[in-house]
Write a protein that binds this ligand. Sequence first.
Ligand SMILES: [Fe+2]
Length: 443
Amino acid sequence: MSTSDTPFHLRGNFAPVLDEVEAFDLPVQGAIPRGLRGRYVRNGPNPKTGTSAHWFLGDGMLHGVELRDGRAARYRNRWVRTRKFLEDAPSFNEDFTRDITVGLANTHVVAHAGRVLALVETSLPTEVTPDLETVGCFDFGGRLTTGMTAHPKVCPRTGELHFFAYDYMAPWLTYHRADAGGRLVQSEVIEVPGPTMIHDFAITDRHVIFMDLPVIFDLDLAMNGTMPYRWSDEYGARLGVMPRGGSNADVRWVEIAPCYVFHPFNAYDDEQGGIVMDVARYPELWRAGWTQPSRAALHRWRIDLAAGRVSETTLDDRAIEFPRFDERRMGTAYRYGYAVHTGDGVDRGTGTAIIKYDLRGASSVAHDFGPGRIPAEPVFVPASAGSAEDEGWLLTYVYDAARDGSDLVILAAGDVTAKPVATVALPQRVPFGFHGSFIEDAS
Ligand SMILES: [Fe+2]
């Protein structure tokens, strides 16, 4: 039973669900656009035992809704059958290195080169089928010998998959690139001053940008069995800019004001030879431990490579997380970003609105789902391959506290303040989770 002593991640809609369910032809309010053909799949932690030490530490569970012919044809949820899930395999080897074949696979799910990968940043990807059945660890035919960030980037121009891994043991940071066919073609150790937590990064048409920020590995915390990363006032903060196709020797490091960023929106090379990068920026993170509340807000960095300086502008004061944008614009100039307004309190993601930013004019509009209706990460799906930047839809799971249930809600990205295009009632609650993708049918 949930009480006020129960940690937040086991209460309310953070609490896991314990059943794997399948349902067909779900009830729809409104009309599902016929252009949506594929599966919206979202990952999140969902401990199979019903309990975990922290929100981040549950087994990955995928929730998918298949859309076709204007129907919500099927809902299905499945745990990712990792070695941790199946055999409770230990995460570490006897020499204290991480066993990268063991992970929770609970953070994101992405498609590349015909594969669907469930991801957690400490481990190898876990391949799953479009129907969410687990295939197993995927290591690029033995070529990948590190973990993989949960936030790889597909370059829309080349089809390449750019990613990295960080570790508490050297090498602390490694960059990787797979070609459009899914073959790992570059692995490059990137030198950094120490082991930091690096959740995400950015690419532009010409550069790869690493964030080396002051949330550092702490051996004492690790020995105590708690989250082994904490804020450091000493480490400093810097961005590393590497030319695409370059190596560690080509990385330019530029100092920035200390902060933490889990998630950027997009980044791009501007016409003055600099780089623009928009981020959900925390002024600091985990100074007093990893349960310390914190809030992020939209900031823009402009990296002046010639001067070796970064200017920083606050674009909005509101608390946000889970930024997304039209990924056809990945690495190039873009206009629109979407994020969850996480609420201004310390209530960890229980805001009721999705914000759409017009980053050209720094204005915004929002869709407020109303009291007790809490949206999650908004995933943009274009109406067609050639449609305009906000011509398409935002897909998100919305928790409805009044009925303790969840919906898949589809908003028109071009008119987010309008009532939803469609609301699909799901057969069970979808706990708050992390990231997802719309996996289009192979054509
Ligand atoms: Fe993330």
